[in-house]
Design a protein around this ligand. Structure first.
Ligand code: ZN
Length: 349
């Protein structure tokens, strides 16, 4: 199968087509209900809003960063580092509280256009605290309020997933986030914990047990970005050490039948992000997407969008491309129920 022909239609369009794509999505809305379990808040902000906020906050971009070249990733990248270039700018805002509200509103409007009925949004609260010059507790409170209002306005159920970044400070970050969560009375707006970041670097040895303890004590769901850079041992660690309920990407698991069996036995869901996987190179163009192996083994999976605005696409496009990657029409029909089943949000109707 020629991958570039099988699913690239529309993917290599130039940036100026963005509005047409958005309008196309709007027409698709209502056709299919969707649940979104893996989307990063700052990867879901439409480019025009990013530009407005950068201007409003007089943000100084890093040397050599060109908005026209570096803000979006809608063609395959040569490396994961190249794919992550937009975050050099995305981590510099919002400094103003009202701009967080602008972001929330724009993100939920995009979700509505994609037929999303419920979403688990993940975000780094510690970055937000740094940017907004407030405590982690205040930043979490801002995030809860802002996304709660936007979700209500757009008629979407939402839960928040708190993201911890891999690396030396992972355990400190998790403890700080959990303290903020407790300070606010363990609000049910927060539904889960996520580990993200560079899979090649180590994390403190106590981090996995801290995730498990948080899961046991607070009933939070655990999802771990793992196996995106080919490290099958990271998927194993997510399952065996972190007590993961879901795996973000998990592409490396596709080549390990024993691990696939374990995912089935333990009913662990993989958050499959087809567009992201091709753009980052997690799945090379000359290889089939492991989605086909997940299906063959009966591993639970949910199609997700990861960073839709950076891709200039949305969950509807990810589902379309998943068909090109081996999903059947019947699988697609079951996606909404699968998202409900594996969601950390309680009482979805
Ligand atoms: Zn992700």
């Amino acid at each position: 199968m020629n991958q570039s022909q099988s699913y690239l239609p529309g993917m290599q369009g130039d940036v100026s087509r963005g509005n047409e794509v958005q309008q196309g999505k709007a027409k698709m809305a209502g056709v299919r209900d969707r649940g979104e379990l893996h989307v990063h808040l700052n990867g879901a902000i439409p480019a025009p809003i990013i530009r407005e906020i950068l201007a409003d906050e007089s943000t100084e971009l890093p040397p050599g960063f060109l908005i026209e070249r570096d803000l979006l990733r809608n063609t395959p990248c040569h490396s994961l580092a190249s794919y992550l270039t937009p975050w050099q700018a995305l981590r510099l805002f919002p400094k103003k509280r009202e701009n967080l509200d602008r972001i929330s509103n724009a993100v939920f409007a995009s979700l509505v256009e994609n037929g999303v009925r419920f979403v688990e949004l993940r975000s780094s609260v510690l970055y937000l605290a740094h940017l907004q010059n407030c405590s982690p507790t205040q930043a979490l409170e801002h995030l809860i309020e802002s996304t709660r209002n936007a979700a209500h306005r757009h008629g979407i159920r939402r839960g928040l997933i708190l993201t911890v970044t891999r690396g030396d400070y992972g355990a400190v970050c998790l403890s700080t986030l959990l303290q903020a969560y407790q300070d606010l009375g363990e609000p049910n707006d927060v539904v889960g914990l996520d580990l993200a970041g560079d899979e090649e670097i180590a994390y403190p040895s106590e981090l996995p047990s801290l995730f498990r303890k948080a899961k046991d004590r607070f009933g939070l769901g655990v999802t771990i970005h793992a196996g995106e850079t080919g490290r099958v041992e990271n998927v194993q660690a997510a399952v065996e050490l972190f007590g993961a309920d879901r795996i973000g990407h998990g592409t490396a698991a596709g080549k390990d039948p024993h691990l696939l069996d374990k995912l089935v036995t333990q009913d662990i869901c993989i958050e499959v992000c087809p567009i992201s996987n091709r753009l980052t190179g997690a799945v090379p163009f000359d290889e089939a997407h492991p989605l086909q192996e997940f299906r063959r083994f009966g591993v639970p999976f949910v199609i997700c969008s990861d960073n839709p605005a950076i891709h200039q696409r949305g969950l509807a496009d990810d589902q379309t491309i998943a068909i090109a990657e081996g999903l059947t029409a019947s699988d697609l029909d079951q996606q909404y129920e699968a998202a409900k089943r594996y969601s950390f949000i309680r009482d979805l109707d």
